[in-house]
Unconditional design. Structure first.
Length: 475
């Protein structure tokens, strides 16, 4: 049976709604569920899921939709109880997310607040972020799908006010040792990171942690910051801020492939820093996140560690193409650049033939659904299909741990990986996490390894191993 409810004047931020939707989808007897604000996009999604949208009536973006398709009335009732718990529960360090904010968060902010985290739907993020800037707060905009013109305006306004805008589309940050968004558990330490690369920042922090080196500040700037339009505004401001911090001994700047003109400008600024600075632009030949960490460790006088790996019981696999199924854009970009060494072209679209490496965290795949670090269903479907496809010889995927991410991703991935390896495919996993993460990193690695995957803490090493398997050609 279907149940569609409208809660007038009830607002929750998008991160909380992602988590609530996922909780409902996992409730016993529930086949499909959507918990979202009544925007035009979410109306379309509801209709596409087969629900009766006429029930919504004149509901608007400040009204909440709760739609459930379940086996019977009892399952619907149970789903409603699950939803209430998900919406009102205090969310602490186990998930990395803060409790739901009150309406008009900036106006009711506690005295002494210095930063606002905005995670509303993208079309409303600009107004909230401007309000925060006008109240003298730095801003982290978790929201994506924000028009580039609005991003430019926000960052110009922040520069005039002497403030910093992290984002839009800023998925991770560490500020004064506190993780925000999708952040990993790391000790505070001498390295500062500035990055237009969310999972790139996470991988750097995790590899540093494995080397016993902490990070006090990791400032995400948003995936578009090094575009021609934005001009590296937040990257340059973040770099200057951390260069002035006496506790920072080494800086790392990381970005997905930037605009050439902006890349040159940022590199020149890095060379002017008093603090030794490593610049890593994913997409450049020979550049890897692991390599950047090695440079930073050398500047600190520390040798790079041998990063842990869990080899698969067997590397035998059927011949075929490489299929990359990623949740992190930076990790996907790094893997795609390294995969250029494999014979044949590498496509970045899942409809391409031959080798493909796809970022399922891209806006194209997250419209109306939770990020794959939270909700793995879409990627699980693609992984299952790849395992059954005799043209696919090797599958490469990332698993990103930390605050806000899926509480136990390996439990869902392991059965699918087991079926894929039993069918003859090889599976290679890049595991981005630390020993302190709430998911228990090494337990995740063992579950994935026992299912037949080879598991690597270094994304570059994982990609390199997958490429070597492709070059070997299979049995």
């Amino acid at each position: 049976m279907d149940s569609v409810e409208v809660r007038r004047g009830t607002y929750h931020d998008s991160v909380r709604l992602m988590q609530a939707s996922r909780a409902l989808q996992q409730a016993q007897g529930v086949e499909e569920a959507l918990v979202a604000m009544a925007t035009d996009l979410n109306r379309e999604l509801l209709a596409g899921m087969g629900f009766d949208v006429t029930v919504i009536g004149e509901a608007g973006p400040n009204d909440l939709i709760v739609a459930v398709r379940a086996a019977d009335e009892q399952a619907v009732a149970h789903a409603r109880e699950t939803l209430e718990t998900a919406l009102v529960a205090k969310v602490g360090t186990d998930s990395g997310m803060l409790s739901a904010p009150p309406s008009h968060v900036v106006g009711s902010a506690a005295p002494g607040a210095t930063l606002a985290l905005i995670s509303v739907p993208g079309e409303y993020a600009f107004v909230e972020a401007m309000d925060a800037l006008e109240h003298g707060l730095d801003v982290m905009v978790f929201s994506d799908n924000v028009p580039i013109a609005q991003e430019v305006f926000l960052k110009q306004a922040a520069a005039r006010l002497g403030l910093l805008v992290m984002g839009p589309d800023c998925g991770t940050a560490i500020v004064n040792g506190v993780g925000l968004g999708f952040a990993n558990v790391v000790d505070s330490g001498p390295v500062g990171v500035v990055g237009a690369a969310g999972t790139g920042i996470q991988q750097i922090c995790c590899l540093l942690d494995e080397a016993g080196v902490g990070v006090r500040n990791a400032l995400g700037t948003g995936s578009h910051d090094l575009s021609i339009e934005v001009g590296g505004s937040s990257t340059l401001r973040g770099l200057a801020a951390l260069d002035g911090d006496p506790s920072t001994k080494v800086l790392i700047v990381v970005s997905k492939p930037p605009a050439l003109e902006v890349a040159t400008k940022v590199r020149a600024a890095a060379e002017e820093c008093r603090t030794p600075t490593v610049v890593v632009y994913l997409g450049e030949a020979g550049v890897t996140l692991e390599g950047a960490v090695s440079q930073a460790l050398e500047l600190l006088g520390k040798p790079p560690p041998i990063y842990a790996s869990w080899p698969a019981p067997s590397d035998d696999h059927r011949p075929g193409s490489l299929r990359g199924l990623f949740s992190g854009g930076s990790l996907s970009s790094e893997a795609a650049r390294l995969a250029a060494a494999a014979p044949g072209e590498v496509g970045r679209d899942e409809k391409a033939s031959g080798h493909t490496i796809v970022d399922y965290g891209d806006d194209e795949y997250t419209r109306g659904r939770a990020h794959p670090m939270i909700d793995q269903r879409l990627r699980l479907q693609r992984l299952e299909a790849a395992g059954r496809d005799p043209q696919v010889g090797v599958m490469l995927l990332d698993v990103v741990l930390g605050y806000g991410a899926h509480p136990d991703p390996a439990s869902e991935l392991a059965p699918v990986i087991s079926r894929a390896t039993a069918a003859g495919a090889a599976v290679v996993v890049s595991l981005c996490g630390t020993m302190g993460d709430p998911q228990d990193r090494d337990r995740q690695a063992l579950l994935l390894n026992e299912a037949g995957a080879s598991v690597w803490l270094s994304n570059a090493a994982a990609a390199g191993h997958a490429i070597s398997l492709i070059k070997e050609g299979g049995r």
